[in-house]
Design a protein around this ligand. Structure first.
Ligand code: FES
Length: 284
């Protein structure tokens, strides 16, 4: 083969290889070590995005590239559940003022970028200063019968609704592992297509995890409640914990299961991960 013909495929192959590495890093999440220096809540454009470390419910099986982001939870003085939203501040980046939502929570840099994937980056509620109260409210038409029968769509989630969490079961997997609900967050007066869906679980396992002294778990869980943004990191379906008897095919009756392509997440194993957060639309 002439030398000039030989060179081109080699160089082309190398380019493909480099692109492949970058592409798979974007999809699959990257090593956490490389991301420590890049944790700003916004890019220079002011619209956020970029390499972001986050705390995830571990992905244990299936094609999902990484875990789903935790939503830190707090119970207010009247027993209602809220998702913690990072502090909003204005910073100057490259000569212009931009809003960021970022705080230190339990030794972790928690930012609104954790939720910027699967289109959520365009949802009104993910804007740092969206006018929202952060309370979790029940969805309608839930996969959980107890929720459809016992609480109203749109009602604020209350700790008393989970009083039986230590024994609750619905015939899927074991009873007493945890009681789930589907909720909305930062989505009051927002179109359904822009609604942030958060799954909340109350479990004695979460209480035990927090009791072990981990600062993040102590800061992000409350009275056994743990929560996640409920978008599968594979192709953005809506998974559930004990929402589907078919989860048995993946051995996931006591896990979070995504029926689209059988990804499994462990809500009781929280891991630190990185991913490339997508930018929000430009700030006004
Ligand atoms: S496993 Fe494919 S979207 Fe969840």
């Amino acid at each position: 083969m002439p030398e000039e013909n030989d060179k081109y495929p080699e160089s082309s192959g190398r380019r493909r290889f480099v692109k492949g590495v970058v592409g798979s890093a974007s999809l699959a999440g990257i090593g956490t070590g490389a991301a420590t220096a890049i944790n700003s809540a916004t890019s220079p454009s002011g619209a956020g995005g970029g390499i972001t470390q986050f705390m995830a419910m571990e992905n244990t099986a299936g094609p999902a590239p990484r875990g789903m982001p935790q939503v830190p939870i707090e119970v207010d003085s009247e027993g209602y559940l809220k998702g913690v939203w990072p502090e909003v501040k204005t910073v100057t980046q490259q000569g212009r003022e931009v809003k960021v939502a970022e705080m230190n929570l339990g030794g972790v840099t928690y930012t609104s970028e954790w939720f910027q994937y699967c289109g959520v980056q365009t949802y009104p509620g993910v804007a740092p200063d969206a006018d929202q109260d952060n309370y979790l409210r029940y969805t309608g038409n839930s996969k959980f019968e107890w929720q459809n029968e016992e609480v109203e769509k749109g009602a604020k989630v209350h700790v008393d609704d989970f009083a039986d969490y230590e024994t609750w079961g619905n015939g899927i997997g074991s009873s007493g592992i945890g009681k789930p609900a589907m909720t909305t967050w930062r989505s009051q007066d927002v179109p359904p297509s822009g609604t942030m869906v958060v799954q909340v679980i109350r479990s004695t396992k979460v209480e035990k995890m927090a009791d072990k002294g981990d600062k993040w778990l102590q800061a992000s869980t409350d009275q056994g409640f743990i929560a996640n943004l409920n978008k599968c990191t594979h192709f953005c379906c809506v998974p559930s914990f004990k929402g589907l008897a078919g989860s048995a095919v993946a051995g996931a009756t006591d896990m979070i299961y995504c029926q689209c392509h059988q990804s499994v997440y462990d809500p009781f194993n929280i891991v630190k991960k990185s991913f490339v957060a997508l930018p929000r639309p430009e700030d006004d």
